[in-house]
Structure formats: structure tokens, C-alpha cells
Design a protein around this ligand. Sequence first.
Ligand code: PMT
Length: 220
Amino acid sequence: AGPTQEAIDPVRFISNRSSGKMGYALAEAACARGAEVVLVSGPTALPPPTGVEYCPVITAEEMRKAMTSRLAWSDTVIMAAAVADFRPARPSPQKLKKRRGPVTALDLEATDDILRELNERRTHQLLVGFAAETEDLLAHAREKLHAKGVDLLIANDVTAAGSGFGSDSNRVWLFAPEHAPVELPLLPKREVAERILDHMLTVQTGRQTSSRPSRPHRKE
Ligand code: PMT
């Protein structure tokens, strides 16, 4: 859940407008249904939901490590986070000084695609991704469904009123291979979370339901 922050220097970063509300709503809804939930979250203003194991991260690389290290003993992964696609290639170790005139270039490099890596490494896990779109929602969502290799893709119209980043409600389409897309109306994020969890029950991974390693004991 949430955004990631990528340092420009010790006091500045690149990030996005994700509040974490969608991801936290999913964590709460799954927990209420009896799932054992680990919430890997970038920086947000939200309190961690009761009953979930909370794993705070800051950067895309920290999120990648947190997600990949837990994959083996998970059954389901839902990536609602707005992970930075780019980060400063050489963050400054010192605060950048104000210069005369505009800064015209900031060298950026691509971050690793966490969902793709999870898809390559998974065995039996159900993989759910999100797509934040500002145009051509259906076409881009279909592309991402295949490119990321997920079992379910939640396509988010982030320009619609009351939907997407920061809002308490969301308007999404659900895409799964071999299934017709399902359009949901504008709903509170908690209700969207419930509908996503319901839909996950109808989607097959097409993968072996092999026995998974047990989860390490949680430190209280
Ligand atoms: O947090 P809120 O304010 O409640 O807002 C919710 C939301 C808009 C952030 C959420 O509903 C949403 O759409 N999340 C996905 C945002 C996003 O980054 O979409 P994307 O289309 O750029 O990425 C597609 C998928 O790849 C996502 O599942 C993303 O988590 C994943 N990804 C992206 C980049 C990357 N380096 N690794 C990834 O795994």
C-alpha cells in the first residue's frame, strides 16, 4: 500500500499522491475475513489496521525486498501501492544548494518492477495488481494484465471525480484472463476492497496448489 519515496538528497524526494487508503482498506477487509495479513506500506498518515503485521518501507527497493522475501509463505499478493517507476540515479549525500536559475535536469533511472519479479518467482500464489490510468483505461488495463502476468488487475480511473489517489471512494474495473471485465460503480474504498476479495475467489491462478513453506514465527 501507499507511495514510495525516492531520495533526491537528504531532505528532498520524488513521490506521488497515494494516501494508502485503498491498500489499507484491502488489508482491513482481508483481516476481517480471517486472513493472516502482512501490510507492506510506504509512508502514509494512516495508523496500521489492528490485527495486521505492519511492515513499513520507504523506497521502491525496500518494498521489493519486503515483498519478495515474504512471497514463499504467502498465498496471495495484492499490489495496491503506487511504486515509483523512476528514482534519482545519483542522490546527493548533501542537501543540494539553491542555485541561480532553474534546475533543468535530474538524472532518473528505472526502479525494478516488483509485480513482474513476483510473477517470475511465484509458485502457487494468486497475484493481484492495480493499474492507475488517466486515459484509455480499458486498453491500458488489458496491456498491463498481460505484461505483469497477474491473475486479476484492478484498473483505476484516477481522473474521475471521487476516484483514485487520496479519495475515500474509488471507481474501478476488474480484469482477469478468460473473464469479461467487470465494472464497479463509484464506491467507498472499503466496499471496493470487499468486491475485490469476492472476485479473487472466482479467479483461478492456473498454478499448482503446492504445499508452501511455513511462515517464520512472528515477533510480538
Ligand atoms: O493510496 P490511495 O490514495 O488510496 O490511492 C489508491 C491508488 C490510486 C494508489 C490505487 O488504487 C492504485 O491504483 N494503485 C496502483 C498505482 C500504480 O502505481 O499503478 P501503475 O499502473 O503505475 O502500476 C501497475 C502495477 O504495478 C501496480 O500494482 C503497482 O503496484 C505495480 N508496480 C509498479 C511499479 C513498480 N516498480 N513495481 C510494481 O510492482
